[in-house]
Ligand binder design. Structure first.
Ligand code: FAD
Length: 339
């Protein structure tokens, strides 16, 4: 293996409510593959505030156990809320310490804010929304990264040349998480100094709209409702099915526009992009703008009373019927099977 195939990679390990997001472990898995055997992988964890320290310590231990050679922890009150300038500076501090050629973040709301800032500071390239990575047998040189274009209608492949500096964001739920390393091979954890930059924005308050629910972007199973649910109460059977399956509830813009649910649930071109293992579309016609956000789901089940609904064109399994009859039947059956 040539030296060119050994890279230094840095992962920004995003946390939510004090816990590592799964996409952080997916980003770590991507970084390990891109760094190649013999390359080095670092992670940076950032946070602050009264409850941050124990949470950061637990997250750092997990990253170290899953192949981050060094986890750089920045625990600073300036990082108590998500101010992009502050977090970009935290990643910048890790970049200065590590000098990576690859930086990997999750393609999340935060990752999308941070990645271009980090790429600009690095004067490097940026490959956003990566859904697949091919690494040659001999290591990380000439790795090929795939990303969807035009709302998933086409795919682009980018080659990561040896020596290239690049910031990569990985789409949640598409790449495998980093597996734990052998006992005794865990990485180390080190505190990293950080000078808070002047902030253009401050977080005054965080309003949680969907507390207690599974995060849509990282959900393995999504039960989604469209205008066919007919009312806010019409989401109740979908909530019940999602609960039994341990999944999240999503929606079409039609349902959001009709006031049946919050826009935070919207999936599609102007909503969230999701790639769960199972997507159950209930009373959703399958407009192209909705498909843009969910057509990469591994298995799609559509429930619609119109046999000609376009959603059946992308569905792996289709049920022609009334969702108010079909969904409770499915819920009862899954309850029985999973009991
Ligand atoms: P409808 O098209 O009205 O479909 C309702 C479906 O429910 C029908 O197929 C009907 O047969 C079925 N149904 C009714 N009753 C029942 C029942 N009891 N049981 C079973 N089935 C039943 N849309 C998105 O979803 N996400 C986006 O991000 C998005 N972005 C957009 C961006 C732009 C610029 C534009 C122009 C549009 C966008 N849209 C988006 C809107 C999109 O074009 C559609 O209007 C929308 O997806 C339709 O939502 P729907 O399928 O819930 O409603």
């Amino acid at each position: 293996m040539s030296d060119q195939s050994k890279r230094t990679a840095l992962v920004y390990a995003e946390c939510a409510e004090g816990k590592l997001r799964r996409v952080a472990l997916e980003a770590l898995g991507a970084a390990r593959r891109l760094a190649g055997d013999g390359g080095s992988v670092h992670a940076v964890l950032a946070g602050g505030g009264s409850a941050a320290s124990p949470a950061l310590a637990a997250a750092a231990a997990e990253l170290a156990a899953r192949g981050a050679g060094v986890v750089h922890v920045i625990d600073d009150p300036a990082l108590a809320g998500f101010a992009p300038e502050a977090y970009a500076a935290a990643i910048g501090a890790a970049v200065a310490a590590v000098q990576p050629s690859i930086i990997v973040l999750g393609h999340t709301a935060a990752g999308r804010e941070l990645a271009p800032r980090v790429a600009a500071a690095l004067k490097g390239g940026h490959i956003a929304d990566v859904t697949a990575i091919q690494v040659p047998e001999d290591g990380g040189a000439d790795a090929i990264l795939t990303r969807p274009l035009y709302a998933g209608k086409a795919f682009e492949q980018r080659r990561l040349l040896p020596g290239a500096s690049c910031v990569i964001t990985v789409r949640p739920n598409n790449l495998p998480v980093a597996e734990p390393v052998e006992a005794g091979s865990e990485g180390k954890v080190a505190a990293l100094a950080y000078a808070a930059p002047p902030l253009w924005t401050t977080v005054r308050d965080v309003v949680r709209k969907a507390s207690g629910r599974v995060d849509l972007a990282e959900a393995d199973i999504i039960v989604s409702g469209g205008r066919g649910v007919r009312s806010a109460d019409g989401f109740a059977p979908l909530e019940a099915l999602a609960k039994v399956l341990g999944g999240a509830v999503g929606a079409s813009r039609g349902a959001c526009d009709a006031g049946y649910c919050d826009y935070a649930l919207q999936i599609g071109q102007t909503g969230k992009t999701v790639t769960p293992k199972l997507y159950i579309a209930c009373g959703i016609s399958g407009a192209i703008q909705h498909l843009a956000g969910m057509s990469q789901s591994r298995v799609i089940v559509a429930i619609n009373k119109d046999p000609d609904a376009p959603i059946f064109g992308v569905a792996d399994y289709g049920i022609v019927g009334d969702l108010f009859e079909v969904v409770p039947l499915l819920t009862a059956e899954f309850e029985r099977i999973l009991a």
